[in-house]
Design a protein around this ligand. Structure first.
Ligand code: DGL
Length: 259
């Protein structure tokens, strides 16, 4: 048993979609969340840059006593998790686009994926698609511009609506029945996508699977927090706090930290 915090990081506020799943499953775990919004988006950066930013976030979380790190960012996971696992002794949980369940369940044999350039171009993403999506048509779209707009607090803007219409058009033409959201910022787009896409298209992400995997690794390592004390949940951002506060519905305290 360990009361040390779970560390979570993302390029910005998107990883809060993963935090919400973890919090729902393990509401008594102490947690520290880092929103590296000053460096967002990671999606257009080189593998080396993404790796250096992931190391910086990891070392800060380790210095704060985290017992496990959840990389709540597909772009950082696909580019840095192997290095982080080989370098630090605590467990890491990563997130990858839900290509496997979409490929297994599609009836039309055609699925769409919306993710960042950094994720779609990564070796890990190609390995996953080679492994699970044999014989499936995958329409890949980079969500260029979306993370930036969400980070600017423009989730419900016309700009986002128009970008989503544009990115999903070729997917509709290819008769997809699954849309995989391959970036942790994107679950917040679901209400908007539900207006754009026909009802039969299932929109899926990996958030719940990541929370389950986190719990199982904590159990396996005997470091679950078994105390029933109210948890300390700390959110840090290296930009203005308001956008993060808003996405969290003002339910948690957010502090500025220079990192
Ligand atoms: N939320 C991130 C992801 O899951 C990062 C997006 C970005 O910074 O470009 O990929």
């Amino acid at each position: 048993m360990s009361t040390n915090p779970i560390g979570i990081f993302d390029s910005g506020i998107g990883g809060t979609s993963i935090f919400q799943e973890i919090y729902a499953l393990m509401p008594n775990e102490n947690t520290i969340y880092l929103a590296d919004s000053v460096n967002a988006p990671y999606g257009n950066k080189s593998k080396e840059e993404i790796l250096l930013l992931s190391i910086k976030n990891t070392e800060l979380l380790i210095s704060k006593g985290c017992k496990i790190i959840v990389i709540a960012c597909n772009t950082a996971t696909t580019n840095a998790i192997d290095y982080l696992r080989n370098t630090y002794s605590i467990p890491f949980i990563g997130i990858e686009p839900a290509i496997k369940p979409a490929s297994l369940n599609t009836q039309t044999k055609s699925i769409g994926i919306l993710a960042t350039k950094g994720t779609l171009s990564s070796a890990l993403f190609h390995k996953t698609t080679d492994l699970y999506a044999n014989g499936i048509t995958i329409i890949e779209k980079e969500g260029e511009g979306i993370v930036k707009l969400i980070e600017e607090g423009k989730l419900y803007s016309n700009e986002i609506y128009e970008l989503l219409e544009k990115y999903t058009k070729p997917m509709l033409e290819a008769n997809i029945d699954y849309l995989v959201l391959g970036c942790t910022h994107y679950p917040y787009l679901t209400p908007i996508l539900s207006k754009i896409l026909p009802k039969h298209i299932k929109i899926i992400d990996s958030g719940f699977a990541v929370a389950q995997q986190t719990k199982s690794v904590l159990e396996h390592n005997s470091i679950l927090n078994l105390s029933s004390k109210n948890p300390d949940i700390l959110f840090y951002t290296n930009t203005i706090t308001t956008v993060l506060e808003e996405i969290l519905n003002q339910e948690f305290n957010v502090e500025y930290l220079d990192f």
